[in-house]
Design a protein around this ligand. Structure first.
Ligand code: NAX
Ligand code: ADP
Ligand code: K
Length: 511
């Protein structure tokens, strides 16, 4: 699903009005109808709806929603904030329509008025501002938003289109905005929804269809997209009946050090569950018995350098990749000087895309010149701290995203940034956001599982871009299925591995 800018949303609106018989007032009615249905479906009987409206079209959505809720027999009141006399045309039309209905359901809130008393069964709906926000909230609007936010533990707050005050395409880091429990938005995602800094503001996002013109939606290029099942179906390739283990590649996984062989185990298990043809795990000597007993399908190569591996470059022939289709390096590896030197030598020998994670990223962060030597189109998988070590701090999430995209383009790499919506940046400047996964995955070792999964998918012949999209999506879905079976709290990295299979089945079943 595409992420549109506020300008693109406005253009989609205009295009729809121009190319279909639908008017802007009718489009507002559709938006309000969808919001009404969502509110009734979610909260139903026994609740009263209190809708705070601004003077523009977002307020118009709120006024129309109030009327439709009443028509469905619900108690609903619109509070129209009187901070200006400049109402949009569709806002005025919906004021008139509401005035024609139930008495006392449209209340003008003046700057000197006290915040209205709400009954205990109240649901607060925020329809103050949407994509038209152009300056920080102040005066009556700011006071109202502060009031609403202070009530968030008492009443559910539902934002229409955007929590008021939030900018769709830019950072709103230090701005006052509504802090919604749910955001009901229309047709496409907005960048604001996937930024970690907005987590407490947008709550759960629900995208509702309102009939915007398909041509505009499908033909408009966007820099950002949210990965969806349609994209996954286009990427996923079922196995061929006459294939053999050679068809699915041989991966070399360089991971683990004394006390962190578990990282190598988790990565190796995930790599096998991803469907790799053959796997060799390279570990220091202390890892040999562990790998052989916990991951029997894998072969094992042993380094004799002591507690950390320091000669792994020798596993790859001096003239290139040798027998390995893919090399993944990093989980639990350690960052000693000799390990870093071996990593540098590996980069001099191996020129196909690699998967680089954890300590291998930390080595890149300490020795930045090595970034130039990373094979083009390699996959880098930092969490925010590792990202910062490599590319420096950022003032806000949008700045960090720009940095991510710039680095992917500069070094011709696929770099992801882990989080609730893991961002995947491509060398061409595209950014994909992943929507699977849950807070149960905030547990040690879940990143190691991702590394193994990516290595296993890449080895099977998927392109680096498809590997990133499919791998991150499967990882999150495995986490979701795991959490559904055993709770977020009890989910472990091993639990995620166990659900990679069921996650594949979901794709295959739906294909
Ligand atoms: N295609 C779509 O997505 C549709 C959008 N609709 C709604 O229309 C909204 C956009 O409406 P508008 O463009 O009228 O914009 P808003 O309703 O978000 O804002 C109204 C106006 O408020 C003023 N304003 C901005 N910041 C302010 C501030 N801090 N204090 C006081 N005034 C301020 C601006 O002049 C702005 O145009 C969307 O968010 C959505 O809710 C729907 O009606 C139907 C279709
Ligand atoms: N709240 C969350 N929602 C969705 N995914 C999450 C959440 N928390 C963590 N994850 C996922 O779990 C993984 C954690 O990786 P990482 O921090 O590298 O873990 P570790 O270093 O312990 O292996 C990432 O893929 C991340 O996207
Ligand atoms: K709003």
């Amino acid at each position: 699903m595409k992420i549109f800018t506020a300008d693109q949303v406005r253009a989609a609106d205009a295009y729809t009005i121009e190319h279909t018989p639908i008017t802007s007032l009718r489009l507002m009615e559709k938006a309000a109808t969808q919001c009404t249905q969502w509110l009734i479906g979610r909260y139903g009987a026994g609740h009263s709806f209190h809708i705070f409206c601004g003077a523009g079209n977002n307020g118009g959505d709120g006024l129309a929603t109030t009327r439709l809720l009443q028509q469905h027999g619900f108690e609903a009141k619109a509070y129209l904030l009187h901070y200006t006399d400049k109402f949009s045309a569709d806002n005025r039309a919906n004021q008139a329509a509401l005035r024609g209905g139930e008495a006392a359901s449209l209340i003008m809130l003046q700057p000197e008025d006290a915040f209205p008393e709400l009954p205990t069964n109240a649901i607060i709906v925020d329809a103050l501002f949407g994509t038209g926000i152009s300056r920080p909230l102040e005066g009556l609007v700011a006071q109202t938003v502060q009031h609403i936010n202070a009530l968030q533990d008492q009443y559910p707050i539902i934002a229409i289109d955007l929590p008021s005050g939030l900018k769709a395409d830019e950072s709103s880091k230090d701005l006052l905005t509504v802090e919604a429990r749910h955001t009901l938005s229309f047709e496409v995602y907005k960048l604001a929804f996937v930024l970690p800094e907005n987590a407490a503001r947008v709550g759960e996002v629900h995208i509702l269809p309102i009939g915007l013109h398909r041509d505009y939606l499908t033909q408009t290029p966007t820099r950002y997209q949210v990965v969806d099942m349609e994209m996954i179906h286009r990427i996923y390739k079922p196995r061929l009946p006459f294939s053999h283990k050679g068809t699915y590649g041989h991966a070399l996984l360089i991971a683990g050090s004394y006390g962190k062989i578990g990282a190598a185990v988790l990565s190796a298990q995930a790599c096998l569950h991803a469907g790799v043809g053959l796997l060799t795990v390279y570990v220091p000597e202390c890892g040999y018995n562990i790998i052989q007993s916990t991951v029997p399908p894998a072969m094992c190569l042993v380094d004799d350098g002591g507690q950390q591996s320091v000669q792994f470059h020798e596993a790859v022939t001096a003239d290139g990749q040798g027998k390995y289709k893919t090399v993944a390096i990093g989980p639990g590896l350690g960052t000693s000087g000799d390990t870093a030197k071996a990593f540098e030598k590996l980069l001099q020998r191996y020129h196909d895309p690699m998967v680089i994670d954890a300590d291998a990223l930390n080595i890149l962060g300490a020795e930045r010149y090595l970034l130039e030597q990373v094979p083009k189109h390699s996959l880098l998988t930092p969490h925010p701290k590792e990202f910062e070590r490599m590319f420096g701090p950022s003032g806000n999430d949008v700045e960090r995203l720009e940095k991510l995209s710039a680095a992917a383009q500069q070094y011709s790499l696929y770099i992801l940034l882990k989080g609730r919506y893991t961002a995947i940046a491509t060398p061409e400047g595209q950014v994909y956001f992943n929507n699977t996964g849950n807070a149960g995955m905030a547990t040690g070792g879940s990143g190691d599982v991702l590394t193994g999964l990516l290595a296993g998918i890449l080895a099977q012949g998927y392109s680096p871009e498809h590997t990133m999209i499919l791998g991150v999506w499967l990882h999150g879905l495995a986490g979701d299925l795991g959490a559904a079976a055993m709770s977020q709290e009890a989910l472990t990295a091993s639990g995620i591995v166990r659900f990679i299979g069921p996650a594949y089945l979901e794709i295959a079943g739906a294909k």
